[in-house]
Design a binder for this molecule. Structure first.
Ligand code: ADP
Length: 454
């Protein structure tokens, strides 16, 4: 009869499963770099590397008034942005809550709602419709769209819980423009933007050393600036070879379907196989806020099943999929008390189970393993872009947004540490910082750049 495993034995096992070594990171970086290049060559690749038709960096001297509408996952946000030049700006904004029905009912109604909110925002902030006449409008729509120009984009597929019929496969800019005219909004829809691209441009406007933008929130994605000669799939546009254009990587799809490069564990596989998009977004599923708590929960369930945890206690609340929010991992990791009172509270209050101090110490270590893996894999994506673009020599900054980056303790530091492990001391020249508001300010700057170009 094998001896009963101790918590310490378990921890060693999970450490082995969840640790990404430096050599492993370097292998991932090199595969990632190849994948990024493949996506630039032809349409339909797993990581789609979407050309955004945002041609180059802002000068920092863009000025004027702009409207921005951001259809996000939970809210609709409308902004009036005044760009004052020299990297300065002012924003007036109103948020409108989206209902679950609005996400699922007819697409026309969804865009009508956006137009109606913009209309009332204009009346409230500018006095009357006429005052918004021909104000440039940026529309941030953060779902994968195939674009052939800046003010056009066909929705490839809804993500993040949306399902409004009549939108997939259609030009969302045209649908929105139709609704705008219905509500007598005369602002001119100038640019259709993804939030990562907006974040890239807004962060560069404020810090011109910014070369890459990442989102680490519910999902995970990145954008950077490419040159036309490196984007063979748009060769027919006849752009000058050194023409810069922002690329929305949609990198959450890295290693999807073939699963050759990432160190997936059985918990990652369970998450994938029980998701509504099996095989897709393999990279995102190991990194993003939506999934980290679930990885933790799956491991607890394994220990419960083996009879190694919470024996004799009622654990049904922990057995519900996605019951363990990633914010709990943050809270457990940042608990300053010796007794780990935060964990007592979480397990007691939310899941109705009692914990021992050894268990709580184990939970904290487990959270750390999961959070650290996420940061180290994220670093691999950043390193792939850095390496592809040769940014190591001069160094650059990376604008990062999302709750995981801004609220998870140690995430930014671990990311930085991993970059140094990948690149050596030179990795210190790649620094991340909290990004500027991409969907408001970024969208306004892109609208300003677009107007100037026309
Ligand atoms: P979105 O990506 O939808 O714009 P956020 O950037 O706020 O929004 O990310 C939301 C995700 O972040 C959720 O998956 C949530 O579980 C996670 N999250 C929220 N608060 C925290 C926290 N304090 N620490 C870590 N993750 C968090």
């Amino acid at each position: 009869h094998p001896e009963k495993k101790t918590i310490r034995d378990h921890l060693r096992k999970y450490e082995a499963l969840l640790t990404v070594s430096a050599p492993r990171m370097r292998m991932i970086v090199s595969a990632f770099e190849e994948t990024l290049e493949k996506g630039l060559v032809k349409y339909g690749e797993v990581v789609p590397m979407i050309p955004t038709y945002v041609f180059g960096w802002p000068t920092g001297n863009e000025t004027g008034e702009f409207l921005a509408v951001d259809l996000g996952g939970t809210n609709l946000r409308v902004c009036l942005v005044t760009l004052e030049g020299q990297g300065k700006f002012e924003v007036t904004q109103t948020k409108y809550r989206l209902t679950e029905e609005q996400k699922q009912e007819d697409g026309e109604k969804l865009f009508d709602f956006c137009a109606e909110c913009l209309h009332s925002f204009i009346c409230d902030n500018l006095g009357r419709d006429e005052n918004a006449d021909h104000l440039p409008l940026g529309f941030t729509f953060s779902y994968p769209c195939e674009q052939r120009r800046i003010d056009h984009g066909e929705l490839i597929r809804w993500t993040k819980g949306f399902g409004a019929p009549g939108v997939e496969g259609h030009d969302v800019a045209a649908l929105f423009a139709k609704s705008l005219s219905k509500f007598n909004v005369r602002a001119k829809l100038t640019a259709l933007i993804n939030d990562t691209t907006g974040t890239l441009i807004a962060s560069n406007y404020v810090d011109p050393n910014t070369r890459i933008a990442c989102i680490f929130g519910t999902g995970c994605n990145a954008a950077y600036m490419e040159t036309a000669d490196c984007i063979p799939k748009i060769a027919d546009m006849g752009l000058p070879p050194d023409q810069p254009m922002a690329i929305n990587c949609e990198w959450g799809a890295f290693d999807s379907f073939e699963h050759q490069h990432l160190p997936r564990t059985k918990y990652d596989i369970i998450i994938d196989e029980s998701s509504n998009k099996v095989g897709e977004q393999a990279f995102e599923k190991m990194i993003a806020g939506l999934y980290l708590g679930e990885i933790f929960r799956l491991i607890l369930c394994e220990l419960i099943d083996q009879g190694d945890l919470f024996l004799g206690q009622n654990t049904y609340k922990l057995e519900k999929a996605y019951a363990f929010d990633t914010a709990f991992l943050s809270l457990m990791e940042s608990d300053p008390t010796d007794e780990l009172l935060m964990s007592i509270g979480i397990f007691n209050h939310f899941f109705g189970v009692e914990t021992t101090i050894e268990e709580r110490q184990f939970f904290r270590e487990l959270a750390k393993l999961i959070g650290t893996r996420s940061a180290r894999l994220s670093a691999c994506g950043i390193a792939a872009i850095v390496s592809k673009k040769g940014y190591l020599e001069k160094g650059c900054s990376v604008g990062a947004d999302g709750s995981l980056y801004s609220k998870y303790p140690g995430f930014a530091k671990r990311l930085q540490g991993a970059l140094v492990e990948i690149f050596g001391e030179a990795g210190k020249k790649i620094t991340t910082h909290a990004a500027e508001d991409g969907s408001g300010v970024g969208s306004a700057i892109i609208a300003a750049m677009t107007v100037k170009r026309k």
